[in-house]
Every structure is written in structure tokens, then in C-alpha cells.
Design a protein around this ligand. Structure first.
Ligand code: G3P
Ligand code: CA
Length: 240
């Protein structure tokens, strides 16, 4: 049995401004087995790494990513909201994140979450797949989404691509759908997993931050945990 993979949520979200190059560098530095990130499309169809549809929570800008150009997005400060020491951080493109991970020869897993929950972002599936497959990266790539239709589209574009189904709460709506496409992993919340205590499909649980929850997941030998504190989780796993 493989040991539980430690996946850095939005980079190392607990210690650095989420979804920035600095957060991803930190995730690599601490030895994360995987890195999770979120993508949207800008007005000019660039793949942008940010969690929210709006830039307002994590930058000094206003408006939604889909209504802003890459040039406009790149002018925003994506670090000061977290701490003044990160005022130099900006919103990265997926290309910039991949370039960084390639430069450091990152050998882990990159989990791209397509944020098509409210906006469908026409063309985002084809665009991200074309980008990811344009070269052999040093790391492997998997996709996840709360939007089941997005995962179906990914499988239509590339039946070999690895997908994970994300779900909130009890997951009734999605677990009933999952057999219609080959889902490699489920990405549920810990509360769901604690409710069932077992899953036929391997699970990577999010977002597992507390020491006791990390220990619980390690004890249950889940496939992975997605955590804001990868260094903490790795430390606990190393002592396990
Ligand atoms: O992939 C797990 C987690 O990232 C899903 O929720 O809202 O943090 O993107 P959220
Ligand atoms: Ca996410």
C-alpha cells in the first residue's frame, strides 16, 4: 500500500498567500507529494491560477477574473492581503506555475482544479488539456472539479486523463453519477469520510489541517490529504 500522499492546498495556503508562485515554491521546498491549484479563464482567454471568481478577496483589485485581461490581472497585488512581506506577489498564469515547477524539477503530482462551478468558461477544458499535454513535464498532472460535466468533457477530450471528483457534504449527487465515467479518485471532505469510514474508490480528503485529523487520515491509510499545512503533515507522516 502506498503511503498517504501529502498535497499542498493552493500551494502552502496556511503559510503563504494562496495560489501564488511563493506558495508553490514553499510547497516544493517542504517536499509535498502533490500541489493543488485552481484555474479560471481571463477575459482574453488565459489560464489564470486563482481560487475565487472575483479578485477581491485575494488582491487589491476589483471585479471578476472573466472580465479582466491578463495585463490587468498581472498589475494586482496578490500578497498584501495575507501579509505585507508578500506585497510583491502577483496572480500567476498556469504557464508560470508550470515553468516554476519544471525549473525546480518537481517530480510530484499537480492537481488542477477547474473552477467551473458557476461559470462554464467555454473552451477551458480543451485549453487546459492542450496546454498540459504540449510537453512532458517533470511532474504528473491530474484534474478535479466540483462540476461533473467538466470532468465528462475532459474524458471526451482525452479518455486517458486522470480525473478526481470533488464533492461537498454528503456527496449524494455526485457519487451516484461517478460510475458513468472512470473516476480515479474521490476528493471528499473529512466529515463525509468519517461518516462512511471506508470507500471503494480511493480518496484524497480536503482540507485536513489539524494534527488529529492528519493522524486520523494516516491511520485510515487514505490515498491522500489536501492540506493548507504540508510541512506539518509531512512532519507527522515522517514520525508515523
Ligand atoms: O481540492 C480540494 C479543495 O481545493 C476544494 O475546495 O474551495 O478549496 O477549491 P476549494
Ligand atoms: Ca481547489
Amino acid at each position: 500500500m502506498d503511503r498517504t500522499k501529502i498535497i499542498a492546498h493552493r500551494g502552502s495556503k496556511g503559510t503563504h498567500p494562496e495560489n501564488t508562485l511563493e506558495a508553490f515554491r514553499e510547497a516544493v521546498r517542504v517536499g509535498s507529494d502533490g500541489i493543488e491549484l485552481d484555474i479560471h479563464l481571463s477575459l482574453d482567454n488565459e489560464l489564470i491560477v486563482i481560487h475565487d471568481e472575483s479578485v477581491e478577496r485575494t488582491t487589491n483589485g476589483k471585479g471578476n477574473v472573466q472580465n479582466l485581461t491578463l495585463t490587468e490581472l498581472k498589475q494586482l497585488d496578490a500578497g498584501s492581503w495575507y501579509s505585507p512581506e508578500f506585497s510583491h506577489c502577483c496572480i500567476p498564469t498556469l504557464q508560470e506555475v508550470f515553468n516554476l515547477l519544471e525549473e525546480v524539477d518537481y517530480q510530484g503530482l499537480v492537481n488542477i482544479e477547474l473552477k467551473t462551478d458557476n461559470y462554464s468558461y467555454p473552451g477551458i477544458v480543451e485549453k487546459v488539456w492542450a496546454f498540459v499535454t504540449e510537453k512532458d513535464w517533470s511532474f504528473s498532472v491530474e484534474y478535479s472539479s466540483f462540476n461533473y460535466e467538466t470532468l465528462v468533457q475532459l474524458k471526451e477530450v482525452d479518455p486517458t486523463c486522470k480525473i478526481a471528483l470533488l464533492f461537498e457534504n454528503n456527496g449524494e449527487n455526485v457519487t451516484s453519477l461517478s460510475p458513468t465515467i472512470p473516476v480515479r479518485m474521490w476528493h471528499p471532505k473529512l466529515s463525509w469520510f468519517k461518516g462512511i469510514r471506508n470507500s471503494e474508490i480511493p480518496v484524497r480528503i480536503w482540507t485536513v489541517n489539524k494534527n488529529e485529523d492528519i493522524q486520523y487520515c494516516l491511520q485510515k491509510q487514505v490515498a491522500g490529504i489536501i492540506t493548507d499545512y504540508p510541512e506539518r503533515a509531512l512532519h507527522i507522516r515522517n514520525k508515523w
